[in-house]
Design a protein around this ligand. Structure first.
Ligand SMILES: Cc1cc2nc3c(=O)[nH]c(=O)nc-3n(C[C@H](O)[C@H](O)[C@H](O)COP(=O)(O)OP(=O)(O)OC[C@H]3O[C@@H](n4cnc5c(N)ncnc54)[C@H](O)[C@@H]3O)c2cc1C
Length: 465
């Protein structure tokens, strides 16, 4: 064991939550150590989650767009790209992201330790490096930003070559002809869209009554409609009974008695927090049944000097949220908590059509008895959408019918996750500055998708009496 090194803060994990906290703390003069068990920084976000899946999605959508292009069709050309080739595009982005992030740590004088971190007492952690060497780190505060991994239910053999989770699917070599995706959360729905774009027959098995129930109902209905329209077989309210792998396919037995046989099975039902083998008993912190940590509104665990942020605390399990949670924690440790940072977190879902939303849903406003009105703009009526051919989509603004304050924005269609940020800027304004009138009295470039805000605002405003 090497001699103990002392820091103000030890951050465990180099995903967005850990990085957000470490950078903020070091910029404010704190001595920060970051521990990462992967050989490279970036977290599951960079190596197994957001970056590889979004790069893969982009590559897949480029191929499918090209194959739909009327010019290529008249020339009788069809692009055939293997899954392995599509994956190569992702690898390049991962390398660039890792290098960029490694330099951030270096430039900001954050000391990186590679290895598994575990508590030895409430203010000390031991890092077990790959060669078995041990380094002890003492800290005033600790942030657990250890992320999550795919949940593996008992009885499902993930070593079988036809059974995948969201990590293993990134190593898929051949495009299957058919796939069953079990779990219709964000990851399940996004992979459904990707495989369907590759013309794979997809069965999406949802354990709930609706897709992505936390979204606005109108958006959920649109996603269900478009998925079915694209040829996805969606089954709601189903539960797995047994998974039976064979040499020529996988049979999923459902408790309802149905059996589905496809070339491959992607199990995308739930994530487990990375809290095992961390010596949490030494600080009196107990994870829940899903390995997740419970925190208070300042992201403190039951041991007040130990914070947790990002996927290890569960919902919303987004890289974007993890990053701001990490920064909030850093601010709290510095005695300058900034609640605005975490007040309004948007959702971006990269299905086909893409979805994004921020603020309240109609369901929530109705329960809260808020007198709201709705303004709609459908993409098919926008000049820019007609020019690009991306006419599927809608932008919906929910606003207070008396104060005209923007309460929620819900969007689906091309670039929804970018478009939402225009509305976010208005929604997050304080007092009278948050007003529907901004969209009505602002000149938008023409033709743009942003123009949807003006159309939707006028549509809603004209409903008022
Ligand atoms: C397929 C997929 C697609 C996704 N797409 C999106 C998306 O489009 N947009 C979006 O916002 N989010 C997306 N997400 C979610 C996003 O990846 C996560 O929300 C994000 O990675 C969480 O960041 P984090 O910092 O909490 O943890 P992570 O990124 O998981 O990083 C945690 C790190 O901690 C390390 N660690 C764990 N335990 C220890 C230990 N004891 N000692 C040392 N190191 C340890 C791990 O090795 C890991 O590197 C996606 C996730 C998946 C799986």
């Amino acid at each position: 064991m090497k001699r103990e090194l002392a820091f103000d803060v030890v951050v465990v994990g180099t995903g967005p939550a850990g990085e957000g906290a470490a950078m903020h703390l070091s910029k404010h003069g704190r001595r920060v150590a970051v521990v990462e068990r992967f050989p490279r920084v970036g977290g599951a976000c960079t190596h197994l989650g957001t970056i590889p899946s979004k790069s893969l999605r982009h590559a897949i959508f480029q191929v499918s767009e090209a194959n739909r292009n009327p010019l290529l069709r008249t020339a009788d050309l069809t692009l055939q790209v293997s899954f392995a080739q599509l994956r190569k595009a992702a690898a390049g982005v991962i390398d660039r992201q890792v290098e960029m992030r490694r330099v951030y740590y270096e430039r900001n004088n954050v000391t990186l330790f590679q290895g598994q971190a575990r508590f030895v007492d409430p203010h000390a952690l031991e890092v077990e490096q790959a060669g078995g060497q041990r380094q002890r780190l003492a800290a005033t505060h600790v942030l657990l930003a250890t992320g999550a991994r795919p949940y593996h239910p008992p009885g499902v053999d993930f070593t079988h070559p036809r059974i995948f989770d969201s990590d293993k699917i990134l190593a898929l070599d051949q495009t299957p002809q058919s796939i069953t995706i079990y779990g219709a959360g964000v990851i399940g729905c996004e992979y459904t869209s990707m495989f369907r774009s590759l013309n794979v027959k997809v069965n999406l098995i949802n354990t709930r009554a609706k897709l992505l129930e936390f979204l606005d109902d109108e958006i959920v209905d649109a996603l269900s409609y478009h998925m079915r329209d694209q040829g996805v077989l969606v089954r709601h309210n189903e539960e797995s009974d047994k998974v039976e792998p064979h040499d020529d396919g996988v049979v999923l037995h459902l408790k309802s008695g149905k059996q589905i046989k496809t070339d491959a099975l992607l199990w995308a039902n739930g994530r487990t927090g990375n809290t095992d083998d961390m010596g949490l008993d030494k600080i009196g912190v107990t994870p829940d049944g899903r390995g997740q940590l419970t925190v208070n509104e300042d992201f403190q665990t039951t041991a007040a000097h130990v914070y947790a942020a990002g996927d290890v605390i569960g919902f919303p399990s987004l890289a974007s949220a993890a990053y701001v949670q990490g920064r909030y924690v850093a601010g709290h440790m510095l005695g300058q908590p900034d609640r605005d940072l975490i007040a309004n977190i948007p959702t971006g879902i990269y299905t086909s059509p893409e979805i994004s939303s921020i603020g309240k849903t109609e369901r929530e406003l109705t329960v809260e008895k808020v007198p709201y009105e709705i303004g709609h703009a459908t993409f098919k009526n926008l000049a820019r959408a007609q020019i690009t051919g991306q006419t599927v989509g809608m932008l919906k603004i929910l606003f207070h019918r008396e104060t005209l304050a923007v309460l929620g924005i819900h969007c689906f269609g091309a670039n929804a996750s970018e478009i939402i940020h225009i509305g976010q800027a208005v929604l997050s304004m304080k007092g009278e500055s948050n007003s529907l009138m901004y969209f009505i009295n602002t000149t938008f470039n023409y033709p743009t998708m942003a123009e949807a805000y003006r159309v939707a605002a006028l549509n809603g405003y004209n409903r008022l009496f």
